[in-house]
Design a protein around this ligand. Structure first.
Ligand SMILES: [Mg+2]
Length: 121
């Protein structure tokens, strides 16, 4: 079973994403901000991280930059979640280390196809 770390400051979004991922047979762990997510990466070695952009404490972009400096046995794939579809915004996330992005709100089919693109579904 593969593990997905959901990082979002919205409890509602984490709940919706967890439900979808569990129907796709993922083990799910959660974090409410980037700093908590770094700890979860060390504790659970997730296969993939579903990453929000705007969060208190440590944003998605700051998390991506910090992840690059971490010593992890396995680097997770990162699917970036955004409500903005500006190409500059998406390019900045990809340049910072994101593997793919998904527009919010996303449904099961969309998320599954993104997870297939990054090779974890
Ligand atoms: Mg947010």
């Amino acid at each position: 079973m593969k593990t997905c770390l959901i990082v979002d400051d919205s409890k509602v979004i984490r709940k919706v994403a967890r439900h979808i991922l569990e129907t796709l047979d993922f083990a799910v762990v959660e974090a409410a901000d980037g700093r908590e997510a770094l700890g979860q990466c060390h504790a659970h070695q997730p296969d993939v991280v579903l990453l929000d952009w705007n969060m208190p404490v440590m944003s998605g972009m700051e998390f991506l930059r910090a992840l690059g400096d971490e010593t992890l046995a396995k680097r997770p794939k990162v699917v970036f979640c955004t409500t903005e579809n500006g190409m500059a915004h998406i390019r900045a996330a990809i340049e910072a280390g994101a593997d793919e992005y998904v527009m919010k709100p996303f449904d099961r089919e969309t998320l599954e196809s993104k997870l297939q693109i990054v090779g974890v579904a």
